[in-house]
Design a protein around this ligand. Structure first.
Ligand SMILES: [Zn+2]
Length: 379
């Protein structure tokens, strides 16, 4: 699988208005875009074997620097041959910088120009993350796509606070680039900040482009601002970024968020939603969302979706899935996670095909029509 001759690259293959489809090439394989990345927080996509994740159509996974640096530690993963070998996933891995999760999970944070010190949410131990340390951890993990260390201001924030935070993140982006160095076959992505202010988004994009990155994330969204505000930013922000580099929207989202983001020029996304929902009985389908624990499913011999080709739909009834969820059987998390990830990858394949064929608008209309129809009639 390793081929040192293959460099990291991105080929845009077709566009349909703002929507794009292409291929990211890495030494560990291709990533078809638009791409959805399942989240493997603690070196596992919960309830799934890596080969099962691959079978859903995923080309790339996301790993969380914050979680892995605390447990089992990046140094231990490095000694054991890197994250790919450790978790038995040979294909590309993107790691976040740890910054966002320090803000959302860790206790007693202290932010300075140098970086952030915090207490672990696991055992209260003290840690420091700086741009340089984040780059070191992501190198030890063996990540294929490394994210710059940035700061995401807590909401609500004033425009002045957002501007100050964005400028700090841009200084950290320059330090991240310097610390990343020259690593052929590995990519470093910059992260645009600037909240919901177009001038700040433009300033941030210019600062990042001056430094120069292999790809660019639109940061500071999907943090509770709502879909309308997020789409409002995505209506213009991707246009500030170079068209020949991949664009990544972090932490998104629900199926309609994903479709709306791709429509506005986003190439990559990740979210815990399909896997986390699978463990709580929430199921995503062409007809919207259903809750398998609802009593209406207990005598229903039909599959979740008769057109879905995942193992949960091919081999099991709603009645069975309802039963194993109610009985708290482990297979419930396994099957529902598989179905949700399969559905998400189906959406991505549908969008890639539609963009390539120049019929994204038709595909999008059918996507929304299916959801409006709602779940099948109860028996
Ligand atoms: Zn299914």
């Amino acid at each position: 699988m390793r081929d040192d001759a293959v460099k990291f690259s991105f080929q845009l293959q077709a566009t349909d208005r703002a929507a794009r489809t292409g291929v990211i090439e890495t030494p560990r394989g291709e990533v078809r875009t638009p791409a959805f990345m399942p989240v493997g927080t603690a070196a596992t996509v919960k309830a799934m074997l890596p080969e099962s994740v691959r079978a859903t159509g995923a080309d790339i996974l996301l790993g969380n620097t914050y979680h892995l640096m605390l447990r089992p530690t990046a140094e231990r993963i490095d000694r054991l041959g890197g994250l790919h070998r450790f978790m038995n996933w040979e294909r590309p891995i993107l790691t976040d910088s740890g910054g966002f999760q320090v803000m959302s999970l860790a206790g007693l944070r202290k932010l300075t120009e140098e970086g952030v010190t915090f207490k672990s949410h696991i055992d209260g131990s003290r840690h420091e993350l700086t741009p340089e340390r984040s780059m070191e951890i992501q190198r030890l993990l063996g990540s294929d796509i490394v994210m710059c260390f940035d700061e995401c201001p807590a909401l609500p924030a004033t425009e002045a606070q957002v501007a100050e935070s964005m400028r700090l993140s841009m200084r950290w982006a320059a330090r991240s680039k310097a610390a990343f160095g020259d690593r052929p076959g590995h990519a470093l992505f910059g992260i645009m900040q600037g909240g919901v202010t177009p001038e700040l988004r433009e300033e941030s994009a210019k600062a990042l482009c001056e430094i120069g990155f292999d790809g660019y994330a639109v940061g500071g969204l999907a943090v509770g601002e709502g879909q309308e505000a997020m789409f409002g930013v995505l209506d213009y922000a991707p246009g500030f970024l170079p068209p020949d580099k991949p664009r990544y929207l972090m932490g998104v989202g629900k199926p309609d968020d994903i479709v709306g983001a791709v429509k506005r020029g986003i190439d990559m996304m990740d979210c815990v939603l399909p896997s986390r929902s699978g463990r709580t009985g929430q199921v995503f389908t062409r007809h919207g969302q259903l809750n398998i624990k609802n009593a209406r499913h207990q005598d229903d011999p039909r599959p979740i979706d008769d057109q879905c080709t995942c193992p949960a739909c091919r081999n099991y009834s709603r009645a069975y899935l309802h039963h194993v969820f109610r009985s708290q059987e482990i297979i419930s998390s396994m099957l529902l996670t598989w179905h949700n990830l399969h559905y998400y990858q189906d959406i991505m394949q549908g969008m890639r095909d539609a963009i390539a064929a120049g019929r994204f608008a038709d595909w999008e209309a059918a996507f929304h029509a299916g959801r409006e129809q709602g779940d099948i009639e109860r028996l």
